[in-house]
Design a protein around this ligand. Structure first.
Ligand code: ADP
Ligand code: MG
Length: 693
């Protein structure tokens, strides 16, 4: 074996190395992917930065545009300034010229003036000449006179010219003043323009400087970022290169391992065969061990099951096999004769019920009292353990007892929206059985019968109201069976509904008035639960009998005749028989009169042995029903203390003495003490039945 395991060891190591390399490679691959992802993220960041820088560039271009505009404006201004300067120079030049002209004119004028003055002086010096001339005039007077006149005229003309020249001078002076003013104005304007220009230039320079700074900063930042990113990328690249270098030897070892594995795979079939043979041997051995352990477990399980059943029986024995509940129905709409406090409950003890008429207060103690507000669900909660015990193989009977109108049918069947015990029990059985499904295989069958006038009728059969007989099983087991009784196997809640509908329909069509008829007959729903344990083969069979009894009310002697009288007798007989059977069971009589009525006979196997019985006594809250309520409760209270014995083996009576006893014979046989001579067959005896028990 060790020689065979050798190659498998080395193969294992090879595989481990390979796996390690593979893991390394996978990790490496992951890292490379991550780096690639990082580089992509970097590229994204750069593009993001670019997209961020774009508006800045735009702004820069705008600013440059503005600068250009301003520069052109400055140029225009300087051009204007130049023009103004030129204009001013021109004006100055004109001024100079005018001054010059004025000087010349002044000079001319002064020359002229001087000439004139000189002339005048000369003229003045001439009088002597004039005298002389006069004398001469006397000689040549006309000539001199003419000369004087000319001279005078000349002087006047010169005077005029002088004043004209003076006026011109004045005008030129004002002109000069004007041009001087204009020139100062222009100079001031030039100064203003220059100031403005300087300011604009300063602004422009500051703005340009800001922009330049911003541009530099942004460029620097981008550069730094790009540089660091580039550095990271370079590093990554170097890492990747390094990895690639390290991966190459790994790849080489992988290839080597692969070749090694390939060789091992070739050897594998032989190894496998060997291993399989070994494993088979081991498995066989283990299976042997497990099956013996299983056998042991099974033995223990069976022992535990028996113990459980014993414990359960013991528990039931301690608690009593018969439980008696009481349910008080609510006052229905339209009922007016209910009295306050006629029925009352104990707030601390739900087993007590008080009934009071005007005279006295009666106390009844039961196992549980349901007040009128109790819901169907609450009632079912109390009976569900009883229902499920039939899965464990117990036989169970649940009776609804009480006068007509006290709520028996409501409790057992319920209404469509709020079903009673029947439907809830079947549904619960279904869910319980489904829960046990892998280990247990259960079969649930349902029969429905009614007992009317001591006749058993099949409610699920094809023939309406088909009469049935109860017979002893010929196999000698002492078991009873009903030949021809229809049994439906139900597999789903839908099946349940169908069964109930069919039973209801058959019952309704077989009579003229269902309400009346149902109050005078017993309706039985018989559910059989049979199971097989798939691992142990252990079998169980339990039966759940849900009985809606006929009304327990007494009928006045005068009011009963003919068929009504017969009905009353039959109901009386069967309810008395039920009481008698319970009485005999409780007293552990060796003889239990099951055969005294169809009802008790049919239910004999569900009332005897370790069977369980629940009596739900229904009570009406109406004052008019007071005496019947008292009767029902007395019956209930007495039944409650009875136990079904499981110690004594009962003998099934089959003598003719009680095969079809009358009510009287019941009394004679089992009570010996009570006879009611005053109460003939016309009067139903349920109240007496209670006393007897
Ligand atoms: P029984 O079958 O005893 O003759 P029923 O079950 O027919 O009585 O009940 C008589 C009336 O009282 C029916 O209308 C029924 O709906 C009503 N009833 C009985 N018990 C209750 C209850 N607990 N809640 C509401 N109505 C009820
Ligand atoms: Mg009814």
């Amino acid at each position: 074996a060790s020689a065979a395991q050798q190659p498998s060891h080395s193969g294992r190591r090879g595989a481990t190395d390979l796996e390690k390399h593979l893991e390394l490679l996978v990790v490496e691959n992951e890292r490379l992917k991550q780096e690639l992802k990082d580089a992509e993220a970097l590229r994204e960041a750069v593009s993001r930065w670019e997209s961020q820088a774009r508006p800045r560039q735009k702004r820069l271009a705008e600013l440059e545009q503005q600068v250009l505009e301003k520069a052109s404006r400055v140029e225009t201004l300087s051009r204007q300034l130049e023009e103004s300067k030129r204009h001013a120079e021109e004006m100055q030049r004109q001024l100079e010229e005018s001054k010059c002209q004025q000087g010349e004119v002044e000079q001319q004028l002064s020359v002229r003036l001087r000439d004139c003055e000189e002339e005048l002086a000369r003229q003045a010096t001439r009088p002597h000449q004039v005298k002389y001339v006069t004398e001469i005039v006397e000689v040549e007077s006309s000539e001199s006179q003419q000369a004087v006149a000319e001279a005078q005229a000349k002087s006047v003309a010169l005077q005029e010219q002088l004043s004209l020249q003076r006026q011109l001078l004045r005008e030129l002076e004002t002109q000069l003043h004007d041009s001087q003013r204009t020139s100062t104005q222009l100079r001031a304007q030039i100064l203003v323009y220059e100031g403005e220009m300087e300011r604009a230039q300063g602004q422009l320079e500051a703005e340009m400087q800001n922009l330049e700074e911003e541009k530099n900063r942004v460029i620097e930042e981008a550069f730094i970022r790009a540089e660091s990113e580039m550095k990271a990328v370079h590093e990554n690249l170097a890492g990747v290169r390094m990895n690639l270098l390290t991966l190459q030897p790994a790849l080489r070892t992988l290839t080597c391992d692969y070749n090694c594995l390939k060789r091992q795979v070739q050897d594998f079939p032989f190894m496998l065969e060997k291993a399989i043979t070994e494993a088979k041997q081991e498995i066989c051995q283990v299976i042997g061990e497990v099956s013996s352990a299983n056998q042991e477990l099974l033995r223990k399980y069976k022992r535990e099951m028996n113990l459980r059943k014993k414990c359960h029986n013991e528990l039931v024995r301690i608690k009593g096999n018969i439980r008696v509940f009481c349910r008080v129905r609510p006052v229905c709409r339209g009922e007016h004769d209910s009295a306050e406090n006629m029925v009352s409950f104990d707030p601390d003890d739900d087993a007590l019920l008080y009934l009071s008429n005007k005279v006295k207060l009666m106390t009844f103690e039961l196992d549980k009292v349901f007040h009128p507000q109790a819901t169907q669900e609450e009632v079912f909660q109390e009976v569900q353990s009883l229902v499920t015990s039939c899965i464990d193989g117990f036989n169970v009977c649940i009776f609804a007892y009480g006068q007509t109108g006290s709520g028996k049918t409501y409790t057992m069947e319920g209404v469509a929206k709020d079903p009673g015990i029947n439907q809830r029990a079947l549904r619960l059985l279904f869910s319980e059985v489904t829960e046990k499904a892998p280990d247990w295989d259960f079969k649930i069958t349902v029969s429905m019968v009614e007992i009317y006038n001591e006749t058993l009728r099949n409610l699920l059969g094809d023939i309406q109201g088909e009469k049935l007989d109860i017979k002893m099983n010929p196999d000698g087991s002492g078991q009873l069976y009903v030949p021809g009784l229809t049994e439906f196997t139900v597999q789903s809640p839908e099946d349940i509904n169908r069964v109930f509908e069919l039973g209801h329909m058959n019952r309704a069509t077989a009579c003229t008035n269902l309400n009346e008829h149902s109050s005078r007959s017993h309706a039985l729903l018989i559910i059989t639960v049979a199971g097989v344990n798939s691992s142990t083969g252990h079998r169980t069979q339990g039966k759940l009998n849900l009985v809606d009894l006929a009304g327990s009310e007494r009928i006045a002697k005068s009011g009963a005749e003919g068929s009504r009288l017969r009905e009353a007798q039959c109901i009386n007989k069967s309810l008395s028989a039920l009481g008698d059977v319970i009485n005999a069971l409780r007293s552990r009589h060796s003889h239990v009169p099951f055969r005294n009525s169809r009802l008790t006979y049919l239910l004999s196997d569900s009332l005897s042995g370790d069977s369980k019985t629940l009596m739900m006594v229904q009570v009406s809250p109406l004052v008019s029903n007071m005496s019947e309520s008292v009767c029902s409760l007395k019956f209930a209270q007495r039944v409650r203390t009875i136990e079904l014995g499981n110690a004594t083996r009962r003998q099934w009576e089959n003598s003719s003495t009680s095969s079809s006893p009358t009510h009287d014979s019941v009394e004679v046989t089992y009570t010996h003490t009570h006879t009611h001579p005053g109460e003939s067959e016309g009067r139903r005896e349920t109240h007496c039945l209670a006393k007897k028990i």
